[in-house]
Design a protein around this ligand. Structure first.
Ligand code: PXG
Length: 439
């Protein structure tokens, strides 16, 4: 009797956030990628309308990044990050800190957006404790937030489907209301007019718990994966003011909004609102090698540098923190963004992208269109509890050679920043055509 399968066992692979049995009925497989296009296992070209998973901002197969990864894996395949370092780690940190707004000058590396979220919450808690304010333990997230899938991330996250199965660790957390308001803001172009006052809900939470018990607030400057929710005008500034007033650490999750997605290096730069900690991932390496990071303010970093010189200042880190290949990919990615002026390109293209997105107004089932930078969300009227039109659009678009994202009833578009105008046209024409054919 053999204990090994000789035929390929397709059940061996368990896909994340996927209806695995449905997927196996009609699998979608990608085998290569270059520029704006994937190629699938049947040899068809697929236009990448979502930069992989919001991460391949410079497009696929960028030669500089490929070369840096190949060279580094052959020269320094691994280096321990605890009590050790390597030159690429210093260089990557320096480059990222330079790109981030002042006073965010210190970079702690991890391997994903989820790890970055959990790391930020831990830094915020430890910071207060080190300053003698150890009662500040409550964390504030927001409805419809996504901060990854660690226990910290799902606790402050605001997606019930990502929380409800996972028991009792999700305590000590409050949530601000989300900012989507179709009644007042439907078909907004860029930041919606109404809703800055939703930030004032933080004052209500402070009044309830007292500021002396609150450690941090974490928000995405634009919620991405729950359906493209740009913050209302003035909202982030108001949140910043309230956090400063009450000594609460403000964390921006820039995992999606960082590295050019909104036509600037970070949302913090674009909106002129600087948090105390920024979490990043995805575009940091153009999606090539897993990497995440926290970019931390001088004040918070300094609080960790006050104890005895020989004491570990932050008891936290990962085997793959500052992995040499990831650091090389990050440096080459930042070079690519700069040399090809991709953040500026995204900013320059975004009015055209906005027009194209809003051309779907009036198409069947469309109840809202939202956009900011090179991101658009198309919200469709719900059909019933089990099938969504957005999933159907996603599936049909793939068969027509276009990769989109969908969440619930919303289609999300976030292409690589190298996209051309005719490809933008193709994305929205394809969606328009498909919408006419579904019930
Ligand atoms: N924060 C934000 C804002 C994110 O969007 C994470 C944290 C977690 O990152 P990691 O690297 O741990 O996955 C994310 C991830 C989608 C989609 O379909 C979005 C994400 C991941 C996968 C799919 O919109 N965002």
């Amino acid at each position: 009797m053999t204990i090994h399968n000789t035929d390929r066992n397709h059940d061996a692979l368990w896909l994340p956030f996927t209806a695995n049995r449905q997927f196996r009925d009609s699998p979608r497989l990608l085998v290569s990628a270059k520029g704006m296009y994937y190629r699938d296992d049947k040899g068809r070209e697929v236009l990448d309308g979502c930069a992989g998973l919001w991460c391949v901002n410079a497009g696929h197969g960028q030669p500089r990044i490929v070369e840096a990864v190949q060279k580094t894996v052959a020269t320094l395949d691994f280096a321990p990050a605890f009590q050790m370092a390597h030159p690429l780690a210093f260089e990557a940190a320096d480059r990222i800190a330079r790109l981030a707004p002042n006073p965010l000058n210190h970079v702690f590396f991890c391997n994903s957006g989820s790890e970055a979220g959990d790391t930020a919450l831990k830094i915020a808690l430890a910071y207060h404790r080190l300053r003698g304010e150890g009662t500040r333990t409550r964390l504030i997230g927001r409805e419809r937030a996504y901060h990854g899938v660690g226990f910290g991330g799902i606790s402050v996250g605001g997606i019930s489907g990502n929380r409800k199965l996972y028991g009792s660790l999700l305590t000590g957390v409050d949530h601000l209301p989300h900012t989507l308001d179709l009644r007042r803001n439907a078909f907004s172009r860029g930041l919606p007019e109404h809703g800055a006052e939703l930030a004032d809900d933080l004052e209500r939470i402070v009044a309830l718990h007292d500021a002396s018990n609150i450690a941090a607030v974490i928000v995405e400057p634009m919620a991405g994966s729950t359906g493209v929710l740009p913050a209302p005008k003035g909202y982030l500034k108001r949140l910043r003011e309230i956090c400063t007033k009450h000594g609460i650490v403000l964390i921006f999750d820039e995992v999606i909004t960082g590295f050019g997605r909104l036509g600037a290096s970070f949302a913090a730069e674009k909106y002129g609102v600087v948090p105390d900690i920024m979490t990043v991932a995805k575009g940091i390496t153009n999606g090539t090698i897993p990497m995440g990071a926290n970019i931390v303010s001088d004040e918070i970093f300094e609080a960790f540098m006050q104890g005895p010189r020989e004491a570990i200042d932050l008891p936290h880190g990962y085997t793959y923190t500052a992995h040499p290949v990831a650091c090389a990919a990050a440096i080459a990615t930042l070079d690519t963004y700069a040399e090809e002026h991709l953040f500026e390109r995204a900013a320059a293209l975004s009015p055209y992208f906005e027009e194209a997105a809003h051309s779907l107004r009036g198409a069947p089932h469309v109840v809202d269109i939202r956009n900011e930078g090179l991101v658009a969300g198309i919200e469709l009227a719900p059909r019933n509890a089990t099938t969504t039109r957005a999933y159907e659009v996603f599936e049909r678009a793939f068969h027509e050679g276009l990769l989109l994202r969908y969440t619930g009833d919303i289609i999300a578009i976030s292409p690589p920043l190298i996209i051309e105008k005719n490809e933008i046209d193709r994305i929205f024409e394809t969606i328009a055509r498909i919408l006419k054919t579904i019930d």
